[in-house]
Design a protein around this ligand. Structure first.
Ligand SMILES: [Fe+2]
Ligand SMILES: [Fe+2]
Length: 340
């Protein structure tokens, strides 16, 4: 009788090779499956020339339906970038399952049409287009317009839930069916008891710069300081008073001259843009990364990293616009904050 063949002893390498063939992976094999997000800063003096270069090379229409330049933030949920639209340019009407926000950096007089309403964009304005709201952009002014263009793209892509539609003739804008300010009248504090969201996850809205600034100043006059963020407002959802969107939320904060906040950390990714002034955001309590920001610089604060802000001017207030994915963390029971 012949002896049964001896099974070759299997080592780790052979085991892992076999696993790979079968589409399996031992949990002990795990390195971190993806790169951890790290803090990063983009200087406006470098970003602006890059935007102008893009405006020269890429034409809206023939080359691309948009001219968005993304910041490589490493965020798993959010995308942040800038859009530049030159005088006479127009981007085609479309809608998608990404939720979008636009915060105007410079320019004025161009408009974004949201569900038929032309919203004229002025510096510091915030325009929101929740998931499935029609939008397009037209610059009828004499100067380029630049805005921060942010989306929940990482999340939507992760879930393979990206759907995109163009309904009007390719490259065309939607008809203007509502007057200026319609959303503010339809969805403002005095409105119909029940609001029709027109099939979208929310309604488009236009938050005006001056009103947000006045709110910050009022907080200052009342001495209503947040120890971690200074004078701090959230752009509330016009319908339910909750976060700006289901997936993201937006803030504006003012640091008074010389003000320094306390450290805290929280789950959720935060993206910042300096609207005015100069300061520093310190990340981590040891081996601190100092994000020194100036007018129109942008930077990220990754999840669960200690951070505090300081206004480096002794005479001028500093103002930061930011947005986070906090609603997602709350929805999933993962929202955590630790105070320093
Ligand atoms: Fe879009
Ligand atoms: Fe924070």
């Amino acid at each position: 009788m012949s002896k049964p063949a001896l099974k070759a002893p299997m080592d780790r390498e052979a085991l892992h090779k076999k696993f790979a063939e079968l589409g399996l992976r031992g949990y002990w094999q795990n390195e971190r499956s993806s790169q951890r997000m790290e803090p990063r800063l983009w200087r406006w003096k470098e970003v602006l020339p890059a935007l102008m270069d893009a405006a020269e090379v890429i034409r809206i229409g023939p080359d691309s339906f948009r001219r968005n330049i993304g910041l490589q933030t490493g965020s798993k949920t959010l995308a942040m970038g800038f859009q530049i639209v030159l005088p006479g340019e127009a981007a085609a009407a479309h809608r998608h399952t990404n939720t979008a926000l636009r915060f105007v950096v410079s320019g004025g007089g161009a408009y974004t049409t949201s569900n038929g309403e032309p919203m004229v964009m002025e510096p510091g304005d915030l325009l929101i287009q929740p998931n499935w709201v029609w939008h397009d952009h037209v610059n009828t002014s004499k100067e380029p317009i630049i805005w921060i263009d942010a989306l929940d793209a990482g999340l939507v892509n992760y879930l393979d839930a990206h759907i995109f539609r163009e309904e009007w003739a390719e490259g065309k804008q939607q008809p203007l069916t509502r007057g200026h300010g319609a959303a503010r009248r339809l969805y403002g504090p005095a409105r119909q008891p029940k609001v029709d969201k027109e099939g979208a996850a929310g309604v488009p809205y236009h938050y005006k710069w001056q009103e947000a600034l006045d709110a910050l100043k009022e907080l200052g006059e009342q001495g209503l300081q947040d120890p971690y963020d200074g004078l701090y407002i959230e752009y509330k959802n016009p319908i339910d008073g909750g976060h700006t969107f289901l997936t993201m939320t937006c803030y504006l904060q003012m640091l008074q001259p010389g003000q320094e906040t306390k450290f805290h950390r929280h789950t959720g990714t935060a993206m910042y843009h300096s609207v005015q002034g100069r300061g520093v955001t310190m990340i981590d309590k040891t081996d601190t990364v100092e994000m020194q920001w100036d007018h129109h610089d942008s930077y990220t604060v990754p999840p669960w990293r200690w951070h505090a802000h300081k206004n480096l001017s002794q005479t001028e207030p500093a103002i930061l616009f930011s947005f986070t994915d906090r609603p997602l963390l709350e929805m999933t029971g993962l929202d955590r904050e630790e105070l320093g």
